[in-house]
Design a protein around this ligand. Structure first.
Ligand code: FE2
Length: 372
């Protein structure tokens, strides 16, 4: 059986002003927003709400410690709606605050706490990557387990996802680059997932095209070329979110998590470090399944032969961020065993969506090949 659903209501608004007039954020609302976004867009428009600057609780990507810190601050406060305005970190953390039981968050991820939704949840992305606004997944680095884990349950779906291109106007190029590469990889991994359906593949294909066309414009005219296209990339990242929210991500994500957790490599960049290694291996094991259609489609967009698409994607993506070996990130060769162990024992949720089955030796082999 294949199943497809888009759970949150998706709204598109042109401006923050329009958003604030529509939602009238006030007392009884909990708002997750970074200081810079708050100062720039919301300062005079949110009256009486509880505003959480999540950056007070840690830099980088979301961790269990960040969630526990915020929980301590808000646990005795009264709120009914949860708004999150930000990148994947903020959206993933905020999803947990719409639940009744949040702490200890490690127990929540281990399935020891009842997952019960209690508040209304409205998610507003300010990057163009995670697609978190339309998925039922919250990904945290669990510091005690030394890896990232995803909690994927339907109670984590937002009630509404609101797309406001104005919020991305000030997104620095490096965040644009890593977040949109993440979205591109969502669209590709979901396309070749065994859970993909004709419905998810429509969203995957459209997202890939929109993102790669934007990269081609950047390769030709430089970083600024992204600006008129930013609304398109925001839309593409939500499309990719819809696709992988239904069909799942797979080995690229699973294998990037140990790198991201141990060396604090941004999520999209860590995915990029794994991407071609995994897809070349898929191609080698079974060149005739959905990867064949994928490569033909990508070849058309990139203007190359199907057998050259991974090299061509690297050439294009290197205009955004350089592809680095694992060694260049500081990984030591002996750690590759540990990385493999983590992937094989803790990332079953993602590894179940691989295009073809990857066993322990193959995963280790991919890491080894990406090492130097
Ligand atoms: Fe991702």
């Amino acid at each position: 059986m294949k199943q497809f659903c888009i759970r949150p209501t998706i709204k598109q608004l042109d401006t923050v002003r329009e958003f604030c007039d529509t939602y009238e954020i006030k007392e009884g609302d909990l708002v997750f927003v970074s200081n810079s976004t708050y100062e720039r867009y919301f300062k005079d428009k949110i009256n009486g709400a509880i505003v959480v600057n999540y950056r007070k609780y840690g830099s980088g990507e979301p961790t269990d410690l960040m969630v526990e810190g915020i929980y301590e601050e808000v646990k005795d406060m009264d709120y009914h709606r949860v708004f999150a305005i930000g990148g994947g970190t903020i959206l993933d953390v905020a999803k947990l605050f719409a639940l009744k039981n949040i702490s200890p968050v490690v127990d929540l991820y281990d399935g020891k706490l009842e997952v019960k939704k209690e508040k209304e949840l409205i998610l507003i992305p300010t990057t163009c990557g995670t697609g978190s606004e339309v998925t039922n997944i919250s990904i945290l680095e669990l510091t005690t387990k030394n890896t990232k884990m995803g909690l994927a349950v339907d109670k984590l779906y937002a009630d509404e996802a609101v797309l406001i291109p104005e919020l991305l106007e000030s997104l620095p190029f490096r965040f644009f680059a890593t977040s949109s590469i993440d979205a591109l990889i969502h669209s590709i991994e979901s396309y070749t997932s065994p859970k993909a359906s004709p419905f998810t593949q429509i969203f995957s294909l459209k997202a890939m095209k929109m993102i790669l066309e934007t990269y081609k414009a950047i390769a030709k005219d430089g970083e600024e070329a992204r600006k008129p296209l930013i609304g398109q990339v925001l839309l593409a990242s939500t499309y990719a979110g819809i696709a992988f929210g239904n069909a799942g991500c797979a080995a690229v994500h699973a294998m990037s998590y140990p790198l991201g957790a141990a060396y604090h490599v941004p999520h999209g960049e860590a995915n990029y470090a794994m991407f071609t290694g995994v897809y070349k291996k898929y191609q080698e094991i079974d060149p005739d399944g959905s990867i064949k259609e994928l490569n033909e489609y990508l070849a058309e967009i990139l203007g190359c032969k199907p057998e050259e698409v991974y090299e061509e994607i690297e050439v294009l993506l290197n205009h955004l961020i350089p592809k680095k070996s694992l060694k260049e990130y500081g990984v030591k060769e002996e750690e590759l065993e540990e990385f493999t162990e983590v992937v094989m024992t803790k990332q079953g949720r993602l590894m179940a969506n691989n295009y073809v089955e990857l066993d322990r030796n193959t995963v280790y082999g991919i890491y080894k090949q990406l090492y130097e």
